[in-house]
Structures are given as C-alpha cells and as structure tokens.
Write a new protein. Sequence first.
Length: 240
Amino acid sequence: MSPRSTEPLARPVLAELLGSTLLTAVVIGSGIAAQRLSPNDVGLQLLENAAATAAGLYALILIFGPVSGAHFNPVVTLVDAVLGGSSWRRFAAYVPAQIVGCIAGAVLANVLFSTDPVSISTTERATFAHGVSEVVATVGLLLVIFSLVRTGRADRAPAAVGAYIGAAYFFTSSTSFANPAISIGRIFSDTFAGIAPSSVPVFMLAQFVGTGVAIGLVRVLYPNSRADTASSSPQRQPTK
C-alpha cells in the first residue's frame, strides 16, 4: 500500500479548515470595515480591502503552511494532485474543509461587525469581463505558486502570493476571487465583498477554465520539478 494512502490527515485538514475560515473573515471583514471607514470613496475601500487581504494571506500562509501547505483553495489542491505534489486522498479531504471554512469565515466576519450572521449577497458580478478576469486571476495565482514550488523556491510563496492577490484586486474587474471555495463563502455576506448566488457558477466555471490553462502552462514552462514531490511541501500553496 502506498504511504500516501495511509497518510494522517487530521492535522492538515484542521489547518485547511481554520486557514480558510480566517482568510474569508479577513476578506469580508476588511471589506465591511472599509465601507464604514470610507463610505464615500469606493477606490479607497478597495485599497483597504486589498491591503488587508494581502497582509492577512501572507500571515496565514506562514502559520498553516508547515501543517497543510496552506492551500485554502480547491483549485490549488487540484493542481497539486494533478502534478503529483500530493495525493487524491488529500484532495478529497481538503476540499470540503475549505468550503466549510469559507462559509464559516463569512459568518464570523458578519458577527464581528454586528450584522446578521447570515445574509445572502445581492451583488451581481456575472459579466463577461468578470469571467475573463477570473480566468486570468486563477491562471496567475497558480503560476505564482507552482513556478516557485517546481523551481525549489517554495519558501517565497507567502510574500509572492500576498503580493499577487493584492495587485490582482486592481488589475481584474472581478477583484480576483480565484477560489471556488471563497466564491461560495462570499454568498453568505451581503456586504462589500459579497457575491450573489446567481453569479457564483460563472465565477467557478472561469476558475476551473483558468486551472486547466495553468496546468498546461506549468507543464510546459517547468517540466522538471526541483521540489520534493513525494508529499505536499510546507508553505507552498495558498490563496484567496
């Protein structure tokens, strides 16, 4: 029997659950705070939201990376399994934890700011531009992560991923969700960072299209990995 089929997953799954919860709380909570602090300036609201998310993501990858790899994102876990960095058993265990964590994080953010614990978002985002943005955002995120992993520079992922997500808030019209789990989680907060349920299928489709493109590009650009692919490397695979 392969060692991967019996690898202990309780601690990594807990790390993914907690990390996804806190990441979503950062994203949504900072959006609520930005709306209240700068009620008449949407550009400043976005800047505040992006800065908090980038910094929070950096810290969360440092905290949970050594335990689970700090994926916090089903497409990151999917690409890791496809490229041989982790097992499909790990994928099956991580994804539910990531989704539940993102929903819990939305509820937590709502509670932190004294709003209804659950409020379904009414913010429609399903436009062609948003869809293309999510393809681009997802491709970019996965290239950042796996270019570092496959060239032996995984220790730089916390800063690189935080910087990329912070920038992608501004160069994509969708503000770079790039994460199916957080797309689901954001349904449950009718605030600055929320997304209407009807828009989520478009976002998820675009994210999985971006994932397929990224897998192809990683295989072409980095065919030989210098990283140890026997198991998930610490501090290597997060996101928003």
